[in-house]
Structures are given as C-alpha cells and as structure tokens.
Design a binder for this molecule. Sequence first.
Ligand code: AMP
Length: 419
Amino acid sequence: MNQIRTIKGTHDVLPDNSKDWQRLEKIIHKNASLFGYNEIRTPIIEEAGLFNRGIGENTDIVSKEMYSWVDRDNTTIALRPEMTASVVRSFIQHSLGNQSSLQRLYYMGPSFRRERPQKGRQRQFHQFGVEAIGSNNPEQDAEVIALGWQILSEAGISNLELKLSSIGSEDCRNKYRNELVNFLKPYKSKLSKVSQQRLINNPLRILDTKNKDEIDIIKSSPIIEDFYTKEDRSHFKQVQDYLNAIEIPFSLDPLLVRGLDYYTQTTFEIISNDIGAQDALLGGGRYDGLIKSLGGKDTPAVGFAAGMERILLAISTNKDNEKTRPIIYIVCVEKDALGSVQKIAKGLRSLGYNVLLETMRRSMKAQMREANRCDANFAVIVGEQENNEKTVQVKNLNDGNQETIDQKNLFNHFKSLTI
Ligand code: AMP
C-alpha cells in the first residue's frame, strides 16, 4: 500500500524540535504579557470575503495563494492566509472597542498560503503577531515595534535589522501611486509580466521587485517622501525619535512597501541576515483604514505578524542552553511494586521533577540503559528487596553515587536537593 505523507509545503514538528517551538511560544506569551497584550484566538476558517476585503482581491495572497472552496451551503470558505483580518473581524463582531478604547491583542497559530515551497516558505506556516487597536499616535507604533524586537532578541537572534518606512496617509499614497504609474508607464514594455499587471492593480508592489532591470528603473522613480503631508512627516519623525529613545537601531528604507492594501503611515520589517533569501522575520505597520473597511467604526490600529518557522531557522544555529528541570527515571523490576511506584512518581512530579516511569517491564539493565538515553539525572530503583524493605535505591547518574533511602524519606530527600 502507498505510504501517506505530508502534503507539499507542510511539515510535522517532531519531538526533537517541539521543545524549540515551546520555548519560542513561552517567550512570546511572556513578553506580550509584559507589554500588556492579551491573547486572542480566532478560527482557522473564515468566510473568504473577509480576506478579499481585508487584504485586497488584487494581492497575490488572495488572488493566487489563498486556499478556498465553496462549502455545502454555498458560502465560500477560506483557510486564513494571515490573521489580522480575522482579529479585526472579531474586534468588530464582539464590539471589543466598547470594552476599552485601546485593545492590545496578540495571537499565534497556523496560516496557509499556496506558495512555491522553499527554505523558510511553507504552505502551512505559523505566525504570531500583535494588533494595538485604538490609538493613532506614534508612540503606539514604537511600542509595537519594541515588542517585536524584544521577542526576537530574547529568542536569541543576534543579527537583527529593523527597516522602517512610512507610506503616509491615504491621500499621500493615492497621489504617490498616480505619480508612480505616470513614471513607470513609458517603461511598461521593459517590465516583467507580473509588474505590468501590478501597474494596473497594485503599482506600489513594483517597488518590491527583485528583478535587476526593474530595480534600475526604480532608482530614478519618484519617492514617497516628497508626497508626505505635514502630519505624515511629523508622525514618522516621532516614531523615529521614540525608537532612538529606547535604543532600537533602524535603517530607513523608502522602498519598503508592504504587500497588503490597508497600510497607512508607518511600515516596518525586521530581517535576519542569517537565514538566506526569505529573510523577513516580521513585518507590520499601521492600518488605520482596515477596521472601517470591514464594517467597523473608524478606528486606528497598528500591528505586525512574524513567521515562527523563520525565527526558529534563525536561532537553530545559536541556541542557548536553557536550564531544564532534572529528570528522574523510576526503574521498577518488581511487579508487586508497580502500584507504589506510581504513587512515588506522582509525589516527585509535584516537587517539580520530570519523572519517567518504566511501563515496558524491561530488564534492570535495559531500564538503566533507557534512563541514560533519556538523559535522566537520577534513577530511583525498586527491586524485590527494596519493595520488601520499603526502601528505594537512588542512583545519581551524573556521578554514579548510589544510596539506599527509606520510601517514607524519599520526598524529603529530593526536596532538599536544589533544583
Ligand atoms: P506577511 O503576512 O506576508 O506580512 O508575513 C508576515 C511574516 O510571516 C513574514 O515576515 C514571514 O516571516 C512569515 N511568512 C509569510 N509567508 C510565509 C510562508 N509562506 N512561509 C513561512 N513564513 C511566512
């Protein structure tokens, strides 16, 4: 029979790697909480219309990469390709804006895009992100960036680079878009097929090109800065001042144009030079127009999304050794003691030890070998004699010392060890 394997672009997280995931998740929860952000969990499936409206029908994400299907009741359903639209849908649906004029939210979970898989690019990938909904002030932008920066730094990525830009207000963006189109039109025949299409649908995305000839053309294109209003300029300047105040280094990148339609003002990306072509770890910005466009009240917001696989790729080379709890392996070769060792295991776990209990009824030698394989620090051994005498042997597997301890004193013995 044919063996069934994972679908292209999806991956299992195997036991060897799941600890790295848990560690990253812990860092995210901890720092989000330190910054006053609360977790929000939304469904993986949504009405496709949410993403058509929230991301934009002309974006690659929606037009080419979204998994969607017509369900039995004729609604078109999609696997979420990102989570901001879902969070905003939830914010509107549950009137979260009425509970508090500023909602600081964060999320974590899988997203789906039918992209061409490569290193750091999957079809099912995991994102975490934050959305601060309610403040239109630049200090909110700086706070969101600081939280992203803090999480990536604490995860252990040293080679971080923050790129910052502003695409101004909607007004500025519209004027700039027109100028850019006017500038690019004479070069149309020199543009790639994709860019020719973008010239009609999403011209700002052309600035994102990796095509060498197009990069040359863009070098002399109009720059967005010249279209900023006074307010745009002041907002952007303050974001930079606040980042300087908290000593987060950044470089300005006027070509940083996020692929999504709803961004206004600040946009940013954090990259790592350690992970190859797909170097964007985290991307975000202000999206003051989104909530209204999805049917909510006009509410400003800023956020980011980060790719967890890419973060793990970036730290796999310089992982620090986290202190883990000591492991006790309970070796039991006496059938009559199988009940009492369960109780011993329960008590030791409540003291904070990781306890592995033999359930294969193997020989003493095989159980000791297993204890070593699991990197156990101690073996608690119960044989016929120990069971009769209500004692155990405690063997320190690091130095080989072994002592006999009364079962009634066992918990105090382990309590007195510093763990
Ligand atoms: P985006 O929603 O496109 O701004 O993506 C935000 C972040 O998610 C990126 O910076 C990546 O780290 C990550 N990401 C996006 N698409 C993928 C993908 N196909 N595979 C892995 N990570 C991704």
